[in-house]
Design a protein around this ligand. Structure first.
Ligand code: MF3
Ligand code: CO
Ligand code: CO
Length: 248
């Protein structure tokens, strides 16, 4: 069942989303060679709690930190550690906040110092896919149109689309119905409706699409070791389009 949210519920999600947008912008200024992912996690946790929210990842199915930090070939769910960022790395921060019982979820991949042109383009095109997906969102549109739009950007640039992970509905739970695939998929005939809240999140790789789960039972990496990028926004469907709750 895909729920729609009331104006009151949306305002709570929008507050959580605004805190996360400010956080990811702030992270832009602290991500540098030499900083550890544990330090990033502490900064994020304090930032979120200081603004009256809860860092929802913490304790979610046993996840031990407030943010997911995924470096280079790590696609998602990297666990913050003593590992320090290096010049030329990329790092995805994926984070969820809860405000008065309502959640927002967002992710962004950052460049650490200078990266290769190929890697910079991977980031650029993954972000572009998120916005291309968003561009077709409005009440009355089939959800699969969003998936198709995201897929078209990966195809155009020959990027791998990770299939094992998807976007999702969000609200009182971090993961609600429906699944939002990053490739055309006929499993869902869902028609978007005003008030539905979705986390849309393309995950692309510079190589093949295949991934492994590491022994820590969380970190998902590309099988071929190629770098991966991930951009995510929480949005609400409106009559004429959408409103991003985790950005402008
Ligand atoms: N934020 C992730 C998503 O986009 C889920 C994080 S799993 C957690 O769906 F355990 F870290 F919370
Ligand atoms: Co996320
Ligand atoms: Co998500």
């Amino acid at each position: 069942m895909v729920s729609t949210k009331t104006e009151e519920e949306l305002e709570l999600m929008a507050y959580a989303g605004k805190v996360l947008y400010d956080l990811l912008n702030y992270m832009e200024t602290v991500i540098k060679p030499g900083i550890s992912t544990k330090e990033l996690d502490s900064i994020a946790e304090r930032f979120i709690r200081d603004r009256g929210c809860y860092p929802s990842c913490k304790g979610y199915e046993g996840f031990p930190a407030s943010i997911c930090t995924s470096i280079n070939d790590e696609v998602v769910h990297g666990i913050p550690s003593k590992r320090k960022l290096k010049e030329g790395d990329i790092i995805t921060i994926d984070v969820v906040a809860t405000y008065k019982g309502y959640m927002a979820d967002t992710a962004r991949t950052y460049e650490v110092g200078k990266v290769t042109k190929e890697v910079a383009d991977l980031l650029k095109h993954t972000k572009e896919a998120l916005y291309k997906g968003l561009s077709v969102v409005k009440s009355g549109v089939k959800l699969n149109e969003v998936s198709k739009a995201i897929e078209s950007v990966a195809k155009e640039h020959n990027l791998g689309i990770v299939h094992e992970l998807t976007g999702h509905g969000i609200g009182k739970e971090m993961h609600e119905d429906p699944y939002v695939y990053n490739y055309s998929n006929n499993e869902s005939e869902l028609i978007l409706k005003t008030g539905m809240t979705l986390a849309i999140e393309p995950m692309f790789t510079l190589g093949k699409r295949y991934v492994w789960l590491l022994e820590d039972d969380w970190t998902i990496v590309t099988q071929d070791g190629s770098p991966a990028a991930h951009f995510e926004h929480t949005i609400v469907v409106t009559n004429n389009g959408y409103r991003i709750l985790t950005g402008e």
